[in-house]
Design a protein around this ligand. Sequence first.
Ligand code: SF4
Ligand code: SF4
Ligand code: SF4
Length: 335
Amino acid sequence: MDSLLGRVRAAVTSRWFVKTAFLSIFLVSCIQLLRFLAWARGAGPYVRRPEAVAGLLPVGHFTSFFAWVRGGGWDQYLPAGLVIILGAVATSLLLKRGFCGWICPVGTVCEASASLGRRLFGRNFVPPKPLDIAGRAFRYLLAALAVFFLITVPVQAATEFRVLPYMWTADMKILLQFGNPVFLAVIGVALGLTALIGPFWCRYLCPLGGIYSALGIASPCAVRRDAETCIDCGRCSSICHAYVDVQHAQRVWNPECDGCMDCVKVCPVDDCLVAEAPGRTRIAAWAWPVLVVVVWGLIWGFALASGNWNTPIPADAFKRIVESGQLETRTPGGF
Ligand code: SF4
Ligand code: SF4
Ligand code: SF4
């Protein structure tokens, strides 16, 4: 019975299970947005506009987030965007980039592509160290530029951005780009490179990943290695998808660590490699994703209960914007 419980617990707290669950929620939300758009165009029945699609527009909502931090007030129009950013920041700060490791749908697709590459070619071809360092530095430069822009844009301009009809329908425009062959080709190239060399987008280009990595350095929870009991088998470093040299670390400070727990699970020596909270409180490998989901769920649940998740913008207002012809691209499916 215990082993059955253990297997169930290991399955539902595995990375692919948790990440696929979040990816599925996101994909269902995107499909619902397309159905909402079809309704707005008079081509289908009414469905409620999903709020989780705010994740399609992270930079726009980051602008709103920094405006809130700087005293510009909460976004009263599309608050779900702020809630998602708040959840990503909290899970990154508390649990080593937990958002990237366990939640981000884009990261999940990239990892699936990298995994496919390993199956096809036997491995991902990691770039030489100087190139890898230059690529990572480039991502941090992009992150620094993004933060610089976001904290210098006048608060009034950032809050006025929230009331623009462009902002309200930007998620639809992004989704409709999936009917654009050039956009699809760019995604195809990025996924192809990811299959070849591993986390190409996440490691070298994603500015949000750079911000979350920087936050993750301050995480009070991290993986710690006991050098006394370590047998130097190297399994932890080999399995790490973020290429962290766990085998020679005392505490994993590396900003690329996203708390995936793969190294902890693979270590053959009991209590040698463990995840710890302050006060050397041990966090079981299965409990780490539970904490990520709980932090995320608490923020989302509080926002929902306090009326800070759903947009108060009436569906007819979105319909009027769509009818005004601002969304010109149509998908092959007729949405
Ligand atoms: S690096 Fe960017 S795309 Fe990758 S998992 Fe993190 S936020 Fe998502
Ligand atoms: S394998 Fe270990 S060091 Fe590497 S990302 Fe996962 S938790 Fe961090
Ligand atoms: S897997 Fe465990 S025993 Fe092996 S090198 Fe890593 S920490 Fe040491």
